[in-house]
Design a protein around this ligand. Structure first.
Ligand code: GLU
Length: 494
């Protein structure tokens, strides 16, 4: 039998980094077993539906490279993949449970429920429902229905005994049935709750493993009950451990964003990672490190590298925080492994957003030195400012371009020689540039060492303290612009 896992987000907003980790683990598991990964949209809670959320979630998943084999956009043999389009199926199976004595119609009105809650709470019972419609006789039910009274369908939870939840990550978790009241399966609107919907879908979509957040563990006994009531073979469940705030307290949430002040900004939405210049492979690496470990010291990896050894059963059940302090380092390591052309392509939108008109050829020239320095794609903006800014925009004074081993006369002489070289040389390549400028530098400094001259020349060419090395910078600027900048510099010493 083929392994089939689904990622089943509710379209209530963006893709949360915790959801992305669940999706990544599920996707890796599918890839390892050559199975299918399904995207299903759980939109039965219409009150929480956010316009555009489905598209945003899909875009984030595509960005991470978590492609699906079946889903709302591409269809598949088990569709539809949007729950509101499957309403009739849930209704049918809710009725089946009623007909088979495993569920019942409850006609309690909102006011009735509110009163009930108060009464129960006074007795220390926080369940919110006293099962008053559970044993109503058939004739009475028929009468209320005939009067057109709205109702929900509730599951008849056993009143005693235990339900044992078997979980791939946590092992067996035993729940007393008496702690549960009769949960709503179908709402009066004709739409199901998550409890019923996921069981029906996971059965008919032939899902083999249910991976989801730990927050669902407490309702898992109801879900196990439902599988049993239907007499369907239950998939394996794996509840992913909670991701905590960096403080280690509480669940990572959007509100955590304020955790800053010298600390790494905490990013919760997947698209924030993209905006801030992180690359997908690094984000996958970052989130895979939480709750799962390769078992050796491997810290930098691609999902493809770890797929052969990834197992859901190895996920650690303890809640942990994401190592934000390592994120830039992880990203930098992956940037270094990128192919030059690929990196140039990735940088282009960031540079364009900064208002630069990008010349990819020039970008490729500075790539080797830039690659080892970039932590995020957004760092390129500052690093490459010299390349995309106007030549005249570099504002320097002669004072900034001298050194104690390079007095004004010597400096002027050096810059003039450099200008003459750039204007007359037949070949303007890295080799010629470096050999010529090294020897000019050695001839003008008081110590005979080129360093101070080259350092100042770099500042002259880029106007920046952080930039690619001078030879690469000049080559990237090209002969004309280099000459224009040198002329400006020489002019400062007139
Ligand atoms: N729709 C649920 C949520 O977004 C998914 C739970 C599941 O994967 O079964 O939390």
């Amino acid at each position: 039998m083929s392994v089939r896992l689904r990622f089943a987000p509710s379209p209530t907003g963006y893709l949360h980094i915790g959801g992305a980790r669940t999706a990544l683990f599920s996707w890796m598991f599918v890839k390892r077993h050559g199975g299918q990964f399904i995207l299903r949209i759980e939109d039965t809670d219409q009150k929480r539906f956010v316009e555009g959320a489905v598209e945003e979630i899909m875009a984030s998943m595509r960005w991470l490279g978590l492609d699906w084999d079946e889903g709302p956009d591409i269809g598949g043999p088990y569709g539809p993949y949007v729950q509101t389009e499957r309403a009739a199926l849930y209704q049918e199976w809710a009725n089946w449970l009623v007909d088979n004595g495993r569920a019942y119609k409850c006609f309690a009105t909102a006011e009735e429920l509110a009163e009930m809650r108060v009464e129960l709470e006074a007795k220390g019972d926080r369940s919110g429902y006293d099962r008053r419609y559970r044993d109503m006789d058939a004739a009475q039910v028929a009468e209320l229905e005939a009067q057109g009274k709205p109702y929900v369908i509730r599951y008849k939870m056993p009143l005693d005994g235990v339900t044992v939840v078997e979980d791939l990550i946590r092992g067996e978790v035993v729940f007393e049935n008496s702690q549960f009241t009769d949960a709503v399966l179908m709402k009066s609107t004709g739409l199901p709750t998550y409890h019923l919907a996921h069981v029906v879908d996971d059965h008919f979509m032939e899902i083999t493993h249910i991976t989801r957040g730990d927050e669902w563990l407490s309702s898992a006994p109801l879900h196990f009950q439902l599988w049993q009531a239907f007499g369907w073979e239950r998939p394996l469940y794996a509840h992913m451990p909670v991701i905590l705030n960096p403080s280690g307290k509480g669940k990572l949430s959007k509100r955590t964003q304020s955790f800053q002040d010298g600390q790494w900004q905490v990013l919760v939405k997947v698209d924030e990672y993209e905006e801030q210049g992180y690359i997908p492979v690094a984000v996958n690496n970052f989130i895979a490190n939480v709750g799962w470990s390769s078992g050796d010291d491997l810290e930098i990896f691609t999902p493809e590298e770890i797929i052969p050894r990834f197992d859901l059963a190895d996920v650690n059940s303890a809640p942990t925080s994401l190592p934000y302090a390592k994120l830039d380092w992880i990203n930098g390591q992956h940037i270094q492994q990128m192919d030059d052309v690929e990196l140039a392509k990735a940088l282009k939108p960031f540079l364009e957003a900064a208002g630069y008109e990008v010349n990819v050829e020039a970008l490729l020239i500075v790539m080797p030195s830039m690659k080892v320095r970039l932590k995020r794609l957004t760092d390129a903006e500052e690093f490459l400012q010299f390349l995309f800014s106007d030549d005249a925009a570099i504002e320097l004074t002669a004072d900034q371009l001298v050194h104690n081993q390079l007095p004004a006369d010597a400096a002027r002489n050096g810059y003039e020689q450099a200008l003459a070289f750039v204007q007359t040389t037949d070949t303007f390549d890295l080799d010629t540039i470096s050999t010529t400028l090294m020897s000019i530098g050695e001839s003008v400094t008081t110590t005979g060492k080129a360093g101070p001259f080259l350092g100042k020349l770099r500042l002259a060419m880029t106007g920046q303290n952080v930039s690619p090395p001078v030879f690469e910078s000049m080559l990237a600027l090209g002969r004309e612009r280099t000459a224009a900048r040198l002329k400006q510099v020489v002019g400062l010493f007139a």
